[in-house]
Design a protein around this ligand. Structure first.
Ligand SMILES: Nc1ncnc2c1ncn2[C@@H]1O[C@H](COP(=O)(O)OP(=O)(O)OP(=O)(O)O)[C@@H](O)[C@H]1O
Length: 225
């Protein structure tokens, strides 16, 4: 099954005279690990935001899990994202006044589906943080007291909880040293494989691309430029 299908997708920022994206076709199958590469300013984050339903296409279709979002309301898109997507942004977007574990369980408060799939949400959060090698003593720490690498593990555990079908990651490794970065990718892959999640990963780092079975060059699929 295709998890993502784009058909004649176009996106133009308001006030601009031309499209930043025109992707005639793109299919991503369930369980694929895809690395999206492209020059700075080429539209990678814009594409991720379209996939996440944060932006809506100027034209064309986005189908996710065989749902068409052509006329979907922002509420429906938000609901879909909460139920089916784990998103890791560059700045992690963790809530500073919550502990590591509380940040991880957050998606389960917004999605009954993910709550049901995770079972005991706190146990599930602890298990994920353990697998991502966050020291036990840090589970109840406020995320502001964690290092960038530790915050990143929290962000990844939060994206994975409740087994969402799609994981979207935008430059999540930019603040990491090489060893931590490679371990991070291994952990992300092994967890995503265990729960059959599809990964769509954006980075500038060419070393990370080597870990991915499928690399998409945005300039090759984007006919807008
Ligand atoms: N909110 C916005 N309003 C108008 N134009 C925008 C907005 N956000 C991004 N753009 C423009 O869209 C283009 C693509 O930006 P985008 O952030 O998607 O690129 P990117 O490939 O992710 O870049 P980078 O690798 O530097 O993060 C850029 O020319 C940018 O100026």
């Amino acid at each position: 099954m295709n998890i993502v299908e784009l058909d004649q997708l176009r996106y133009r920022w308001q006030g601009q005279s031309k499209d930043i994206l025109h992707i005639p076709e793109l299919n991503i199958a369930q369980g694929e690990h895809v690395f999206l590469r492209g020059e700075s300013g080429s539209g990678k984050t814009t594409l991720l935001n379209l996939l996440a339903g944060i932006l809506t296409p100027s034209d064309g279709h986005i189908r996710l899990l065989e749902h068409d979002f052509h006329h979907a309301s922002s509420m429906k898109r938000d609901r879909f994202r909460a139920d089916h997507m784990g998103v890791i942004f560059q700045q992690f977007n963790l809530l500073p006044y919550l502990s590591a574990t509380e940040n991880v369980t957050l998606p389960c408060h917004f999605s009954a589906r993910r709550r049901d799939k995770s079972g005991d949400t706190e146990q599930s959060a602890i298990q994920l943080l353990d697998h991502l090698q966050l020291d036990e003593s840090l589970r109840n720490s406020m995320v502001t007291s964690l290092s960038v690498g530790q915050q990143q593990r929290v962000a990844v555990a939060r994206a994975l909880i409740g087994q969402p079908e799609i994981i979207i990651a935008d430059e999540p490794t930019s603040a990491l040293d090489t060893g931590t970065r490679d371990r991070f990718i291994e952990l992300l892959f092994s967890k995503a494989e265990a729960q059959k999640s599809t990964i769509i990963f954006v980075s500038h780092d060419p070393h990370i691309a080597e870990h991915f079975p499928r690399v998409i060059e945005l300039s090759e699929i984007n006919k807008a430029l």
